[in-house]
Design a protein around this ligand. Structure first.
Ligand code: FE
Length: 428
């Protein structure tokens, strides 16, 4: 074995054997139980050890199978004292960077105001567009950083962030630049998505086709040329299917992978459209048809479920989980963090809501924020499971069973986060 160098020399009648054991790993975590989340299952390894080298996972297995004592194998030994390790969590669908909030709308709605009355009073999504455009970059960075920190406190090590509240080239690029800036942290990976939002800005009021053309002809090429987007998203249902298709085809022509908000309020053929375009994911899916789901299965498109949105909007329609299971479509979960329909920065709450409202199992829910969420981000996301070669992104938990992560409402048992092999948060 290359980590063990044996030097032998014979001198006269003496046989002198020197052994130098070299620490071959940067770090090792011991006295832990692992939920590896390989292939969507818990993949529990009790009394385990996990080693990292060069930011990647180098070894995973039972402590008893280590070839030598941990101190001989790694330069740093972390004793987890019986705590659990899962992959660092992934929030694969957020609108994290935006100005203001819509708490006033929430208040008015609670007093019986209709959506029309809320818009007439200056609220609604265009209020967020206004607040986002008016906010300085520093203000946006500050508010988005606070949201990101709350996610990271719950063990999140990878976040997707969409633009979509700027609605002109300068402001959309401002949002994507801020998302990229947030990703310069050593503690989190940020995956950026240009979102061709379905509500045109005031300057395009009543001219949604013209706005889509502007997105395709001007915004997308500039965003792509600046390297600011890892993917492009649209909304099939709130925008027409034809508009969503145009934006995603324009993105694909620029070499960008695509995703799609699909069938959130009605069956708009979004699931099938996402599949036909080879989308990484179709998100929402409350009204997705069985044929659409079948097409997603054939295309390998991940279903991203958004239980926070369902809860906050008091939707009566749950996504077709039975059909997704039957067709073996991978299910991811995300906060959809946004001011209008899911003002949440709790990924753990999403696990609970997915189980209570959508009837996912805790194992499916955890897979939804780890291995399946990684697949929704595309092949570049080298995370989401504990296996050799993956990024050593870890979350450490004060739990006795991984089902507790979905079970305990409002609890945060995260006691440590490791990003690419380096403890970054409340490390033990
Ligand atoms: Fe969304």
């Amino acid at each position: 074995m290359d980590w063990l160098i044996r030097c032998s020399s014979l001198a006269g009648c003496y046989d002198i054997r020197y052994q130098y054991r070299l620490a071959m790993w940067d770090s090792i975590w011991i006295n832990t139980h692992l939920a590896t989340l390989r292939e969507g299952r818990y993949g529990v390894v009790r009394r385990a050890a996990l080693a990292a080298e060069g930011g990647r996972i180098a070894w995973v297995g039972a402590r008893a199978d280590l070839p030598h004592e941990p101190e001989q194998l790694a330069r740093e030994v972390h004793d987890c004292e019986g705590r659990w390790i899962t992959p660092g969590l992934i929030d694969c669908h957020t609108h994290l960077v935006h100005g203001g909030n819509l708490a006033h709308d929430f208040d008015l709605r609670s007093q019986g105001a209709s959506e029309e009355e809320i818009v007439r009073s200056g609220g609604g999504i265009l209020a967020t567009v206004r607040d986002t455009r008016n906010a300085s970059e520093m203000e946006l960075i500050r508010s988005a950083s606070a949201r990101l920190k709350r996610l990271m406190d719950e063990g999140v090590t990878t976040v997707e962030i969409k633009s979509g509240y700027g609605l002109d080239t300068r402001n959309e690029m401002k949002l994507l630049r801020i998302a990229r800036l947030l990703g310069e942290s050593d503690a989190v990976t940020v995956n950026t998505t240009f979102f061709g939002a379905p509500t045109p800005p005031p300057e395009y009021e009543g001219r949604s086709d013209d706005y889509v053309q502007f997105v395709c002809d001007e915004m997308l090429p500039e965003v792509a040329a600046a390297g600011l987007a890892d993917a492009v998203d649209a909304d099939c249902g709130r925008a027409t299917q034809q508009q969503a298709r145009r934006m995603l085809q324009a993105a694909k022509a620029l070499g960008l992978p695509v995703r799609l908000h699909a069938d959130l309020d009605s069956d708009s053929g979004g699931a099938a459209l996402a599949a036909s375009l080879g989308a990484l994911s179709a998100d929402g899916l409350a009204y997705a048809s069985d044929a659409g789901i079948e097409a997603m299965a054939a295309a390998g498109t991940v279903a991203v479920l958004l239980p926070g949105t369902h809860f906050f909007t008091r939707s009566q329609r749950t996504p077709p989980v039975a059909g997704l299971r039957r067709h073996r479509v991978r299910m991811a979960l995300a906060t959809d963090c946004n001011p209008a329909s899911s003002p949440s920065t709790s990924i753990l709450l999403m696990l609970n809501l997915a189980c209570t409202l959508f009837r996912l199992t805790p194992e499916e829910a955890l897979a939804g924020v780890t291995c399946h969420a990684a697949q929704a981000l595309g092949p570049g996301a080298n995370c989401g499971s504990l296996e050799a070669g993956k990024d050593a992104d870890l979350a450490i938990w004060e739990i006795d069973d991984p089902a507790e992560l979905a079970y305990a409402m409002g609890a945060n048992p995260c006691v440590g986060v490791v990003k690419r092999g380096v403890p970054v948060h409340r490390a033990i």
